[in-house]
Ligand binder design. Structure first.
Ligand SMILES: [Zn+2]
Length: 644
């Protein structure tokens, strides 16, 4: 498609050049080019192979690999040793023969000598993951110290098996391993208190091989988040007696561990919209949480998820209730909080989780919550996992509400949609940012800056750190990562909804979600899916928000009189298409707002003039913007009448 366009383009240019003046030629070239969005060559190749389509849908040759995990894990908080043996069934659904396979060892972030971008205290550095046994098919691999078979680079191992992995084949891997869980320096995982742990990014897993980049060879360094294939998980966690385990997936053997009392309350919570105290403080003192002959083996099963996390404690309370998430099927989600009673904010978190799931299902993104449960665990971080969140305690309710809704929102992005967070963090963080910003006010806790992280974006916007959003997230430094992935993307989704209107916005968003759930969408799949779902060519919008260097800066250029009415000229100094909100205060005290969506800038114009149906002499002041619209320089947003 691209080559054809170029040829036509050249012919036209050759012919037109003969009689077009130079400014007219540039105008002509600009309008012609504006119809095409800059596309990376690896995405162009996907269109050629028809794994994806420029209509924003998976192509007829779309494929993705998957891996199913059966893990038997043993963890003892007394010595922090986590041991596991796992069977991975890897499905190579690609048309390619794989001569190598990449295994991720995320806990190697804590290994001495590994490259990382976060600080870890000396006492938390360890020997990393020890592989006790490794088999791929029938082939045993014993030497992981950069042998010709296995190359270990930071937190990844590249294996070259004897037998290549053929297209459309299934390969079994058996791995036994152990490592020491960190007691300090918590980066998304580790000890919470001496008898409570949140364990994430813990088991050896196969990296993603996809149609855009081939093998994902990036080594986890503690900053960027993750990219994982979907798979089924059957996990058994054995802990010492007295511990309760919460995890991704559905409980398979609650009756082997809990007393009748707890089982009955859990059952009640599955049917109750009111919060049920499944475990209260008194239950521990009365020793009525676990059966006398509890097995201490906790089994969970999850289908088609991108990750698995678990948590344990011997003193956490457990509150839960059910939320109707899909009115058409009657499906419910169990919204849970497991927490230390010393953290007072957490007494309200089960209710916040309940409300979050309800608002997400029915208000924004107005899409049934995708999982059977969500458990917010009182931990050390602010980090999402499928069906689990590791959330630190907060002093103020406002922060707890915003954190709870943010992390739960991630259930859609990146967990329903299998997003490559490592490269396109805005594809999930932007949604979680706007998600918390529209849901938190429903719980009485609006964002101070209108949209989460908007201030951070305003701060660096227009500088050379404000790199285009389409930039691979791995290339960012910390301030650009925060500003782009959260603030700018969150604001962009708000501007998009403001422009399309609610009906069209949700129609387009749901088409994107339905077409790409359980898959690996890239930015262009999102752009083009929204184009086709809304029936509008928004390439001019994507170009400015994602590919260009434009930044938010609107200004009141002039206010004047025209035929007894008021004419206001607004200048778009930064070039970014933003909604224009004009707040008018009359001399008699009356207030009104005139609104224009970002479409006002569609033609690439840098100026617009609007009319207020009142004489200039009756207006006291005019001010641009509101709390949701970023503006780099607010000093030129106000006009005040000199005459009282
Ligand atoms: Zn987030």
């Amino acid at each position: 498609m691209f080559r054809q366009v170029e040829l036509v383009f050249q012919n036209i240019v050759m012919r037109k050049l003969l009689y077009l003046s130079i400014p007219a030629l540039f105008f002509y070239l600009n309008t012609l080019q504006a119809q095409e969005l800059f596309t990376n060559t690896n995405v162009q190749l996907a269109y050629k192979k028809q794994t994806r389509t420029p209509a924003g849908k998976p192509g007829k040759n779309y494929w993705q690999n998957r891996a199913d995990y059966k893990i038997d894990a043993h963890f003892n908080p007394a010595d922090q040793l986590l041991r596991g043996s796992e069977t991975i069934t890897y499905f190579n659904n690609s048309p390619d023969t794989l001569t190598q396979i990449i295994i991720r060892l995320y806990p190697d972030l804590y290994k001495k000598g590994v490259k990382r971008s976060v600080a870890i205290a000396d006492k938390d550095l360890n020997a990393g993951v020890q592989i006790d046994d490794f088999k791929i098919g029938q082939e045993k691999i014993v030497n992981f110290a950069d042998s010709p078979k296995a190359f270990h680079d930071n937190a990844i191992v590249l294996i070259k098996p004897e037998n290549s992995i053929l297209p459309h084949s299934k390969t079994e891997l058996n791995i036994s391993w152990h490592y020491e869980v960190n007691t300090g320096s918590p980066i998304r995982t580790g000890m919470v208190d001496s008898t409570s742990y949140f364990i994430a990014y813990w088991f050896p897993r196969i990296s993603v091989y996809d149609d855009i980049d081939g093998w994902d060879t990036w080594s986890y360094n503690g900053s960027q988040e993750f990219y994982n294939d979907f798979g089924n998980f059957d996990v058994s966690v054995t802990v010492p007696q007295k511990f309760v385990v919460w995890a991704t997936g559905n409980r398979q053997n609650a009756h082997d561990n809990f007393t009748e009392l707890i089982l009955n309350r859990l059952d009640a919570a599955q049917k109750s919209v009111e919060i049920i105290h499944v475990i209260d403080s008194a239950d521990y003192t009365k020793d009525q949480v676990l059966k006398k002959d509890a097995s201490s083996v906790w089994k969970f099963s999850a289908s088609n998820v991108t990750d698995f996390a678990f948590a344990l404690s011997d003193h956490y309370l457990w509150y839960a209730s059910s939320v109707l998430v899909d009115s058409s099927t009657g499906r419910q989600t169990l919204a849970e909080a497991a927490f230390n009673p010393a953290h007072l904010d957490f007494f309200d978190v089960a209710s916040q989780a309940h409300q979050s799931v309800a608002y997400m299902s029915h208000f924004y993104p107005k899409y049934p919550f995708p999982f059977d449960h969500i458990t917010v665990f009182d931990g050390t971080d602010q980090m999402e996992y499928p069906m689990m969140a590791n959330d630190n305690p907060e002093e103020h309710r406002k922060d707890a509400v915003q954190l709870t809704s943010h992390e739960i929102f991630h259930s859609y992005f990146p967990f329903l949609m299998g997003i490559n967070e490592t490269q396109y963090a805005w594809m999930d963080e932007g949604w979680a940012s706007i998600g918390e910003s529209v849901i938190s006010p429903k719980m009485g806790e609006p964002e101070d800056e209108g949209i989460f992280s908007k201030g951070r974006y305003e701060q660096i916007s227009g500088t050379n750190r404000d790199v285009p959003l389409i930039t691979n997230t791995k290339q960012y430094n910390e301030s650009a990562y925060r500003s782009n992935s959260y603030g700018k993307a969150g604001v962009c989704y708000f501007v998009l909804q403001d422009m399309l209107g609610d009906r069209l916005f949700f129609t387009a968003l749901h088409q994107y979600m339905n077409d790409w759930k359980g898959k690996h969408p890239v930015p262009y799949d999102f752009f083009y899916s929204i184009n086709s779902g809304s029936g509008k060519n928004l390439n001019w919008f994507w170009d400015k928000w994602f590919i260009g260097w434009d930044f938010p800066d609107l200004a009141l250029k002039s206010v004047g009189q025209s035929a007894g009415k008021t004419a206001v000229t607004i200048e778009n100094k930064g070039g970014l298409p933003l909604p224009v909100y004009i707040n008018i205060v009359m001399k008699n005290g009356q207030k009104s707002i005139q609104k224009y969506t970002a479409e006002a800038w569609k033609k690439g114009n840098r100026q617009m003039t609007i009319r207020i149906e009142k004489p200039l002499s009756s207006i006291a002041s005019i001010e641009l913007g509101n709390e949701f619209i970023p503006d780099k320089n607010k000093s030129d947003n106000t006009w005040t009448s000199l005459k009282k």
